[in-house]
Design a protein around this ligand. Structure first.
Ligand SMILES: [Zn+2]
Length: 256
């Protein structure tokens, strides 16, 4: 790309974002700043209430608020476009998506009136809170996605469906072996993700339900202090000594 093209790209991105910003309104709450198209006015208060509620539920559920060294300093931004067309025009989100997230800058992009927005919000907010807490070191993808799917589905009817599916996959020896899933850092586009997400959910579900919130909180705290995955598992859950122990305890939990 030559210099002129680079400058033109920057100008067009700036114009499109500033054009969006000029037309938006703002609503602030304790942990969020919501910028929204005026057409989303009737919807934005529900987004604010849901976001604050899920923030509390996620931080309390994973035992993060008891950590004195950590506080949520900067508010997360939620940007709501007028509709899907404006969403795709203004934000660099995939065309199939209904929301997308910039974890490092803590911005969630979306548009109004999607029936599964609460579910999307829980999932994306968990990614932001989790990474803000433990930092941005490279971690196996199952941990990020397991945390987010656990927060998304734990209190829904889909939770028991995941549990039943995992039980069946273990019985038929069709699950992803832990030495493989521990070395998965991204999913190739177009690949079947349902097995991966179900198993990621089940790994966090096992640790959280089997050992409880305080041990799970200790596990996250160890990761935050720089322990690698095996060390953090050992420190927090004691009976799990390494990846093999994790796999055998996880299998036993679902086959009981
Ligand atoms: Zn995710």
């Amino acid at each position: 790309m030559n210099v002129r093209i680079v400058i033109l790209v920057f100008i067009s991105i700036f114009l499109s974002i500033s054009g969006y910003a000029q037309k938006t309104k703002e609503l602030r709450s304790e942990h969020f700043i919501i910028n929204y198209a005026p057409e989303a006015e009737g919807y934005v208060y529900k987004v604010k209430d849901d976001a604050e509620y899920f923030y509390r539920k996620i931080t309390q559920g994973f035992g993060l608020i008891r950590e004195k060294l950590w506080s949520w300093d900067d508010r997360t931004k939620i940007l709501i476009a007028k509709d899907k067309e404006e969403y795709l025009k203004n934000f660099s989100c995939p065309s199939w998506s209904s929301a997308c997230v910039d974890y490092r800058n803590r911005i969630i992009y979306t548009y109004p009136l999607q029936k599964d927005f609460a579910s999307i919000l829980k999932h994306e907010l968990t990614h932001i809170i989790f990474r803000e807490y433990i930092g941005y070191n490279v971690m196996p993808l199952w941990l990020d996605e397991g945390m987010a799917t656990y927060a998304e589905y734990r209190d829904t009817t889909q939770c028991q469906m995941f549990v039943a599916l995992i039980k069946k996959l273990i019985q038929e020896n069709k699950y992803i072996k832990f030495k493989d899933i521990n070395n998965t850092y991204s999913i190739a586009p177009g690949s079947d993700t349902s097995l991966f997400y179900a198993q990621a959910f089940s790994m966090v579900y096992f640790l959280k339900e089997r050992f409880g919130r305080d041990d799970f909180s200790e596990f996250l705290s160890a990761l935050r202090s720089g322990s690698n995955l095996d060390e953090a598992l050992r420190k927090a859950f004691r009976v799990i000594e390494n990846t093999e122990g994790f796999e055998s305890n996880w299998k036993r939990f679902y086959l009981m």
